[in-house]
Ligand binder design. Structure first.
Ligand code: SAM
Length: 276
């Protein structure tokens, strides 16, 4: 299948699931999230201290809760997504919180051609994405293109799936072994693929090794990798289940079923890079 047909399929899938996604996932706009189950930026402190007047671009934004958080802190934000339904939700949410939000509906791999960036002024101070780069057809090329529209000293803040979580959680059947992750092949991690009723693949979220991901950024022009974080899921030992939704920036009951696993194996990788 050619790239434009894959994009159409991807768009169709995300339009179909957008309403459920936003209903089932409780994502706050009061914090900047990196993934389900993980603490927000109030804990990681990767965003600049002073956000006021900066310009930001979010890739695969979904409901754009992170862009809305930034906009509420004085950032001029554009949110990209392939799904117009996700972006419709994002625009309505921005209106509810009384902030301006620009939206750009296109596949992330075409983004560079859709933006009219002609000067350093037009470029972004922050390019960010939470759990969406795995849907790019060529994340290395995407990162190289994004680096061209990042201002000098600007940052890219990307979280995406950790390859060690792309295995199967097994009960090892022995008291002293307990349970753990069975990872068949770290070097070719298995993609998370969704199929239609006829067994045809409709959407694929691809995992990469940590080394490969590091190289997307390290090989791009003028980028310095500042942090690579493999976060542990939040410690919830002193929190009642009903209160978790108030402390976890991205909560869902489905994701909570994986909380114990994500206390032992990193669910995502967060990478922070700076433009030289
Ligand atoms: C797992 S969701 C994450 C959404 C959001 N970043 C969040 O943290 O809630 C992935 C998002 O990527 C979007 N997406 C998938 N493929 C895309 C593509 N090729 N270009 C742009 N967005 C895409 C989907 O529509 C969806 O909103």
């Amino acid at each position: 299948m050619d790239q434009s047909s894959l994009d159409q399929q991807n768009k169709f899938y995300w339009n179909e699931v957008a309403e459920d996604y936003q209903e089932l996932c409780h994502i706050t706009v009061e914090n900047f999230h990196y993934a389900p189950l993980i603490a927000g930026d109030d804990f990681f402190k990767l965003l600049p201290n002073d956000l006021s007047g900066l310009k930001a671009l979010e890739i695969g934004a979904g409901g754009a809760q992170n862009s809305i958080y930034l906009a509420m802190n004085g950032v001029n934000c554009i949110a990209n997504d392939i799904s117009e339904k996700q972006l419709k939700f994002a625009s309505e949410l921005a209106e509810r919180y009384d902030v301006e939000l620009g939206t750009l509906c296109c596949p992330m791999d075409n983004l560079i051609n859709e933006l009219d960036i002609t000067s350093e002024e037009d470029k972004f101070d922050i390019i960010h994405s939470s759990y969406a780069l795995s849907f790019s057809s060529d994340p290395k090329k995407l990162v190289q293109n994004l680096s061209k529209i990042l201002k000098k000293d600007g940052i890219m803040l990307i979280s995406t799936g950790h390859p060690a979580f792309a295995g199967e959680w097994l009960d090892l059947g022995e008291d002293d072994l307990g349970e753990g992750m069975f990872l068949k092949d770290y070097f070719t991690p298995q993609a998370d693929t969704r199929y239609d009723e006829d067994g045809q693949e409709i959407v694929r979220s691809t995992f990469y090794t940590v080394g490969e991901m590091f190289d997307w950024f390290a090989s791009a022009q003028d980028l310095t990798v500042e942090r690579v974080i493999e976060p542990q899921a939040m410690d919830l030992s002193n929190i009642e289940y009903d209160d978790i939704i108030n402390v976890m920036p991205y909560f869902s009951h489905d994701w909570m079923e994986l909380h114990e696993q994500a206390r032992h194996i990193p669910l995502i990788v967060i990478i922070k890079v700076r433009k030289n």
